[in-house]
Design a binder for this molecule. Structure first.
Ligand code: ME8
Length: 655
């Protein structure tokens, strides 16, 4: 099996930012995932270097376009290793081979009569480098660049796009996953329900010289989109190269929604005209905003990727971007959000599981993988979660639903952390009769860590490599480097030597709210120091409690929980045993029996502290605390439960 995955080729009219990094990290993660699945993968990115915008940017810097594009293209190329992004090809539209390919395609399409000469008058947006239709305007402005397009009339060459409209509609209907997520497929089908205009594919040299000359009329250069889209063919050696034959049939493009139309309409109709098979899938994601504002080079509010990687670490940034954005929807970047993911998901959940487990293996098993034992129910439940995670992971990664794949992975991490609490290896270690049981528990933890090493490899290659080293596994061991082979339970071998490793993710100080410095031209992400801690008294707080800083507050995992069952605890008139979903089920013992009956509890949404150390109350393990306000009614104490003001999903975070 082969995979050919591409990013857009980025305009060199400004430097790379977080949005470019995101798309490229997505493509890199996907290429690593496919390699993990044993496929032959080609991953391509690059830069788009012709056209009005680039010529203008060079003029602003008072350098020639070639000098300018060399400088900015190199910045893109240098950025990707900062994120462990490893493309196989970095293509530039100024490469001689690309220019040849574009001219060859133009000549072919012209010879077969799909390019004609005509006059066109239309609304042209320089930012988009294309003519817009009236319908696309919002309040007379280009919606992406917030300025009115110019009315231009000129003689030009046109590609008979309209001729291929029906064939494209048919193809989209016949291939459900041609464009995804579905909202973008629907958007394309809806714009195809109107007649397509032919595409103007030239610019007169009187207006623009920085482009690829038309092979059949030297008074014109090629429209930048017709030039740029062909990069996907040039990079694999179209038309005769062996890589073309091998990879084209497996092509998948990743883009953001801003360039849906060129990829979902221009490009497939161009391919139809060339007589080539269409790409397999187009994956469309939303925008990263800074706060609520779209980030773009044209607007000038950018977060620089280099600064992010240096500040938070490569894997934290990769994980954050993939976990935080629901692929297809917009997401908002803030330093607080990334630090929270680092401290809670990475340092607390994954990092702690790894270091606790290895420390126990060192202490109770001489740093060796112990023998697996007989599986009790508690072990079987853990194995079930692991196997469910593996199948969900494969499905979601293949569908570009990275956030869901990672959610599933974190369910296993959370289950494994609870498994440690539930099995209490430290207690087993005190009883020689429990030696076999202790081995079994520790073996199960090693298996969880190995499976996590396997599935995190495409997402966080460095962390996965460090975990592998800790588990005493070579980097190319199929149990952590090959999905079908490694994705089974029970492959760890007793006697394997484990190694101590440094903590995987140090905690990062939490920034104060609203600290992304955004300045025109692109300031980097900056964090201010957290406020000093102290026992100061601030308005409305208890003097003894004192003041906590934001980082301390963030250690408290507050969640919305839905009560699914409630019962009295026999022999206690104060305690209710609640079964809640937050989002996984857990038991909480709450001292509210004098104020609430079990019947009136079921179905309620409560606020809980989800990460309190579990305690046993009247023989029942309580995993969390329900929040309630204490008051006095008619001279009597009363507890009033807290809740949310509108219905939200069980497990939603409260902050
Ligand atoms: O459009 N959020 O180049 P470009 C998420 N040269 N992704 C973003 C983003 C944001 N705020 N801003 C940019 C071009 N991107 C053409 C492409 S392809 C044949 C030619 C990412 O430099 C996203 O992938 O404007 C988007 O589609 C792309 O950068 C646009 O890059």
């Amino acid at each position: 099996m082969t995979t050919y995955i591409t990013t857009p080729i980025y305009y060199v009219n400004a430097e790379p930012h977080l949005g470019h990094a995101y798309t490229t990290i997505v493509a890199d993660t996907y290429s690593r995932f496919r390699r993990l699945c044993g496929e032959d993968v080609r991953f391509q990115t690059g830069t788009d270097e012709h056209g009005d915008k680039i010529a203008e940017a060079a003029a602003r810097e008072q350098v020639s376009p070639p000098e300018y594009v060399d400088r900015i293209s190199a910045l893109y190329k240098k950025s990707w290793p900062l994120f462990d992004i490893a493309p196989d090809t970095f293509i530039r539209t100024t490469d001689a081979v690309h220019i040849q390919t574009v001219q060859r395609v133009l000549q072919q399409v012209y010879d077969q009569g799909d390019i004609y000469f005509g006059e066109y008058s239309g609304l042209y947006c320089k930012g988009c480098e294309r003519f817009l239709t009236e319908k696309e305007l919002v309040g007379g402005n280009c919606p992406d660049h917030q300025r009115p397009p110019e009315q231009i009339t000129e003689q030009n060459y046109f590609f008979r796009m309209s001729r291929y409209q029906q064939a494209l509609i048919d193809h989209i209907h016949a291939h459900a996953d041609f464009i995804s997520p579905e909202r973008y497929r629907n958007e394309v089908l809806s714009s195809l329900s109107e007649p397509l205009e032919d595409l103007c594919i030239s610019r007169p040299t009187a207006r623009l010289t920085w482009g690829i000359p038309l092979p059949f009329d030297s008074r014109f250069v090629t429209y930048v989109w017709f030039d740029a889209l062909i990069n996907y063919l040039t990079g694999i050696g179209y038309p005769d190269g062996p890589s073309f034959a091998k990879y084209w049939g497996a092509a998948e493009h990743v883009i953001a929604k801003d360039i849906l139309k060129p990829h979902a309409i221009y490009w497939p109709t161009m391919l139809l005209a060339m007589g080539l098979p269409l790409y397999q899938r187009l994956h469309v994601h939303g925008f990263w905003n800074v706060g609520d504002v779209k980030m773009s080079k044209s607007i000038g509010n950018v977060v620089r990727p280099g600064a992010l990687a240096a500040e938070y670490g490569v894997d934290t940034v990769r994980y954050f971007l993939l976990r935080e954005m629901s692929f297809g929807l917009d997401a908002s970047f803030t330093p607080t959000a990334i630090v929270t993911r680092n401290n809670s998901d990475l340092a607390n959940d994954l990092g702690n599981l790894f270091s606790r487990s290895l420390a126990m293996l060192e202490k109770y098993s001489s740093g060796l993988v112990p023998a697996p034992g007989i599986a009790l129910d508690i072990d079987k439940a853990l194995t079930r979660t692991a196997l469910q995670m593996l199948s969900g992971y494969h499905e979601e990664m293949a569908r570009f639903q990275f956030h869901r794949a990672l959610q599933g992975v974190w369910e296993l991490i959370s289950h494994a952390n609870k498994y440690i609490v539930g099995t209490e290896p430290w207690t087993l270690a005190k009883d020689p009769a429990q030696e076999a049981r202790l081995s079994a528990v520790l073996y199960n933890l090693v298996e969880c860590l190995r499976l996590l090493t396997l599935v995190l490899r495409p997402v966080m290659p460095r962390t996965s490599a460090r975990m592998a080293a800790g588990l005493g596994l070579e980097d190319d061991d199929p149990r952590i480097s090959n999905f079908p082979q490694g994705a089974r339970w029970g492959l760890s071998r007793a006697g394997t030597k484990l190694h101590k490793t440094e903590s995987l993710f140090p905690r990062v100080e939490t920034p104060v709210q609203g600290q992304v410095a955004v300045t025109p031209g692109g300031a980097d992400c900056a964090r201010q120091a957290a406020p000093a801690q102290g026992k100061k008294k601030v308005k409305g707080t208890d003097a003894e409690v004192g003041v906590i800083d934001f980082a301390q507050f963030q250690q408290v995992d507050l969640r919305v929980a839905e009560v699914v069952a409630a019962e009295r605890i026999v022999k206690s008139d104060r305690l209710l045993k609640l079964t809640v979903k937050a989002p996984e089920e857990r038991t909480i013992v709450a001292g509210i029996a004098q104020y609430y009956t079990p019947e009136e509890m079921v179905g309620r949404l409560l606020l809980i502290v989800a990460n309190l150390e579990p305690v046993e109350l009247m023989g029942v393990q309580s995993e969390g605390m329900v929040l309630a306000a204490s008051t006095v009614v008619d001279g009597k104490k009363r507890l009033v439960l807290t809740t949310v003001s509108a219905e939200v999903a069980a497990g939603s975070k409260v902050a």
